[in-house]
Design a protein around this ligand. Structure first.
Ligand code: XLS
Ligand code: NI
Ligand code: NI
Length: 437
């Protein structure tokens, strides 16, 4: 428990007046809201890759992160990181972690050795999970880092690469099941294209769908009952990713008969890269019954890539949690901090500051959103705005009892149209009233 972050004790809730940077101001794990603790509502998760594996390198410089496991290599390093993960998660009082297969164990000579490396670390993770009660929110396969995936994985032009991706995913599903993972994520790493001049997009997308069907079949075969999630992203690493945004993925899932088997993992920074707001993507997923989980982070509006920053914007967190509450919660999903400290925030303590900031932001956002839902002020406004569909001709439209003929007759017989203001500024002020009170 005190191996890797020995200077830091368990982070406690001290309330909003605390000035202690190593304490929660809003996240009070045991506080009960609507019959559930905050911990149960928020289901926070640490992203293994950003927190334990990545070193802070960028295209202009090498790794900067100072970690107490830096001196280790190979499997010894992998074991140390897994111990560090459980110590870290426990000290923050988080309930979950998420990983890619290659974050937790190094690749070996061939797939067999790679799998046996993975098996060893997974057994360690299982033991630590049983000892601490910390669980796996989701597992996934890294189908993008190794050079073999240069043209994509399931959408590669090379069938041998498709086969490798399938074999790797088969194993990742097995270990996710073994660890009791509650979901399995497919983020389309390099599933997209750079130029149409060399691309058969139809075949690539058909193959991607074939791959998902194989995964669904295999999960059934081994009795993996976790939720399958697709994580949309519009670009990066490829110029054009096939899982562009929620709308695109919905169309894809429906076209290929996969819509009953998948929900979505919505990432804030991917939403903004797609030209949407975070709440837009959450809302669209929710009203289509596919809001499954959240990668909680934020981008930088001045930078056009996936900066994966820790979420500190209370307004955005409020609007996000409003959607989550309206969704009846995230069910098997959670709020995964797919976020990294900046390259210049290289000390281990920065990992704590970052997670505390993100958790407090979402805890506060959750509380504000909960109040908004409870008073119903926003919902009442929206309901009133559409009230013309609850009676008269509007109800006939909704009930399918009016067609063009009836509607023309109605217009010819009726008075002039009266529209009402949309009151955007009033509503923005209303939202601020909740945030600022
Ligand atoms: C990358 C993605 C990735 C997924 C997991 O942009 O966010 O980290 O969450 O593969
Ligand atoms: Ni993500
Ligand atoms: Ni991302």
């Amino acid at each position: 428990m005190n191996e890797f972050f020995s200077d830091i004790q368990k982070i406690e809730y001290e309330g909003k007046d605390s000035k202690n940077p190593l304490a929660y101001k809003y996240y009070n794990a045991d506080e009960i809201i609507d019959g559930k603790t905050m911990k149960e509502h928020l289901r926070f998760s640490v992203a293994y890759w950003h927190t334990f594996t990545a070193g802070g390198s960028d295209p202009f410089g090498v790794a900067t992160m100072q970690r107490s496991w830096d001196n280790l290599n190979g499997m010894e390093l992998a074991r140390a990181r897994m111990h560090a993960n459980f110590e870290f998660v426990q000290k923050l009082g988080l309930g979950y972690f998420c990983f890619h297969d290659r974050d937790i164990a190094p690749e070996g000579e061939g797939l067999a050795e790679t799998n046996s490396n993975l098996d060893e670390i997974v057994l360690l993770a299982k033991k630590l999970s049983e000892e601490t009660g910390i669980k796996l929110l989701w597992g996934t396969a890294n189908l993008f880092s190794n050079p073999r995936f240069v043209h994509g994985a399931a959408s590669s032009c090379n069938a041998d690469v498709f086969a490798y991706a399938a074999a790797q995913t088969k194993k990742a599903l097995e270990v996710t099941k073994l660890l009791g993972g509650e979901n399995y994520v497919f983020w389309g790493g390099r599933e997209g294209y750079e130029t149409l001049l060399n691309t058969n997009m139809g075949l690539e997308q058909d193959n991607l769908a074939r791959f998902f069907h194989m995964a669904v079949d295999y999960a059934k075969e081994i009795g993996f009952t976790g939720q399958f999630l697709i994580e949309p992203k519009p670009m990066e690493p490829t110029k054009h990713q096939y899982d562009f945004d929620v709308a695109t993925v919905l169309g894809f899932l429906r076209k290929y008969g996969l819509d009953k088997d998948f929900k979505m993992n919505i990432e804030a920074n991917h939403a903004t890269l797609a030209g949407h707001t975070f709440e837009h993507e959450l809302h669209l997923a929710r009203v289509n019954g596919v809001l499954g989980s959240v990668d909680a982070n934020q981008g930088d509006s001045n930078l056009g890539w996936d900066t994966d920053q820790f979420p500190t914007d209370v307004r955005t967190a409020t609007l996000a949690m409003y959607e989550v509450i309206k969704n009846g919660g995230l069910h098997s999903g959670g709020l995964n901090f797919d976020a990294k400290t900046r390259r210049a925030s290289f000390e281990p303590i920065d990992l704590f500051y970052a997670h505390i900031a993100g958790m407090d932001t979402f805890a506060k956002g959750f509380k504000i959103a909960h109040k908004l839902v409870e008073t119903g002020e926003l919902e009442d406004f929206v309901n009133e705005r559409y009230s013309s569909y609850s009676s008269g001709i509007g109800k006939d439209i909704v009930d399918g009892e009016a067609g063009f003929y009836e509607l023309e007759k109605y217009v010819l017989e009726n008075k002039t149209i009266v529209n009402k203001s949309g009151r955007q500024e009033l509503l923005e002020g209303l939202l601020n009233r909740y945030i600022l009170e």
